[in-house]
Design a protein around this ligand. Structure first.
Ligand SMILES: Cc1ncc(COP(=O)(O)O)c(C=O)c1O
Length: 210
């Protein structure tokens, strides 16, 4: 038995006309540097590439990720390379939430993300998304209505899946302040930030959530 996304993918595979899919993220082919990847793979692949490496990830990749995404402010020992985004989401919910914890998710959101929170017994609170990402006024109101504070806020701040919106800088700051106030963790699911044009708040030194 698969996820909702698996079912929609099979349904769509049977269609012959052009379809924009809002389930799995599918960046436009032209933003993927396929030729560069081919060239780099040709340079780095050796016979030794096809065996197990360090569990936490290849040291060189960890160094690069640390420099690129934290401007060097994070200790490389705090970085773990996962097998895709889903493993990261699974680990984060498994490690940082307990059954009955309040977890904020965007509405709509990536259902495999919210589904993972539910699978660990979280109470999921849906907060609407508008043209500037998660509606922070609604977040404050809806959380206040629960009489509780969230343990985790799951957000997709860049090119949100499925809405495609990007969280504005002002909202990022407000979200960060609220998370501090509540003692909540922000789970920043950002598979698409690296596809950003210079107009989008990137690199990491300019990003506030995460
Ligand atoms: C927002 C978001 N997070 C996570 C994932 C899953 O990533 P992966 O395929 O690397 O597990 C997707 C895939 O579409 C996604 O859109």
């Amino acid at each position: 038995m698969g996820s909702v996304i698996d079912s929609s993918t099979s349904l769509l595979a049977a269609q012959t006309h052009d379809i924009v899919r809002f389930a799995m993220g599918a960046p436009a082919a032209e933003v993927i540097p396929t030729e560069e990847f081919r060239q780099i793979a040709g340079e780095v692949l050796t016979d030794a590439s096809f065996t197990y490496g360090a569990t936490e990830g290849e040291p060189e990749l960890i160094t690069t990720v640390t420099e690129q995404f934290s401007s060097g402010s994070t200790d490389p020992e705090r970085i773990v390379i996962t097998s895709g985004g889903m493993q990261g989401l699974d680990l984060a919910f498994k490690l940082f939430t307990d059954p009955g914890d309040l977890v904020v998710v965007e509405s709509p959101t990536y259902t495999n993300g919210s589904g993972t929170a539910l699978s660990y017994g979280a109470d999921v609170l849906e907060v609407p998304v508008d043209n500037n990402g998660m509606d922070i006024d609604a977040l404050e109101t809806l959380v206040a209505e629960t009489g509780r504070t969230p343990r985790m806020i799951y957000t997709i701040p860049n090119f949100q899946n499925p809405s495609g919106t990007t969280l504005s800088e002002d909202r990022r700051r407000r979200l960060l302040n609220l998370a501090h106030q509540w003692g909540a963790m922000i789970l920043d699911d950002d598979p698409y930030g690296a596809c950003a044009s210079p107009a989008i708040p990137f690199p990491a030194s300019e990003r506030s959530a995460g």
